[in-house]
Design a protein around this ligand. Sequence first.
Ligand SMILES: CC(C)(COP(=O)(O)OP(=O)(O)OC[C@H]1O[C@@H](n2cnc3c(N)ncnc32)[C@H](O)[C@@H]1OP(=O)(O)O)[C@@H](O)C(=O)NCCC(=O)NCCS
Length: 154
Amino acid sequence: MTQKTQLTLAQIMLPHQANLGGNVHGGEIFKLMDMTAGAVCQQYANTTIVTARVDDMRFTNPVYVGDHVRCTARIICVGSTSMDVLITVDAENLKTGEEWRKVASAFSTHVSIGGDGKPKKVAPLVIETEEQRNLFALAQKRRADYKSREQIDY
Ligand SMILES: CC(C)(COP(=O)(O)OP(=O)(O)OC[C@H]1O[C@@H](n2cnc3c(N)ncnc32)[C@H](O)[C@@H]1OP(=O)(O)O)[C@@H](O)C(=O)NCCC(=O)NCCS
């Protein structure tokens, strides 16, 4: 059976999500990102999922009230009980018909939780394409990097 490793959620941005200038709050975009990443991991692992880490959060273009925002989360690496996800967000203005513009991206790590409340094993990720191999290698590098910083207690 083909593994489900990608999921997209979309929303129209509303006034209560923005400041008085009509710019959507970063937290609203982040919430959509966390929800999308959690959903793809839930679909993959078929368990309860918690977020353990979010890295390299970037907001690259503003988002405005009325924009159609689309968030895609893709599992790029799987450990024993955790999954690393690449999250990307783009937006379009429905009135002008402009091209989709990239507005945000991040990496996150989510842990599968079993019925006993403890981390539960997930199936290994099947890597088939060159792109998947490259993203897996990138995630492995990121894992080694953050594990080397784990000793620092902020
Ligand atoms: C995430 C959590 C379950 C990890 O628990 P833990 O007792 O540290 O579990 P473990 O040490 O066995 O680690 C489990 C996995 O999580 C990974 N992990 C734990 N903390 C991590 C972190 N800060 N960053 C990245 N990965 C992490 C481990 O590397 C391990 O991965 P692996 O099994 O694939 O090798 C626990 O810290 C927790 O519940 N945190 C709060 C989560 C939460 O409430 N999130 C916000 C709302 S969803």
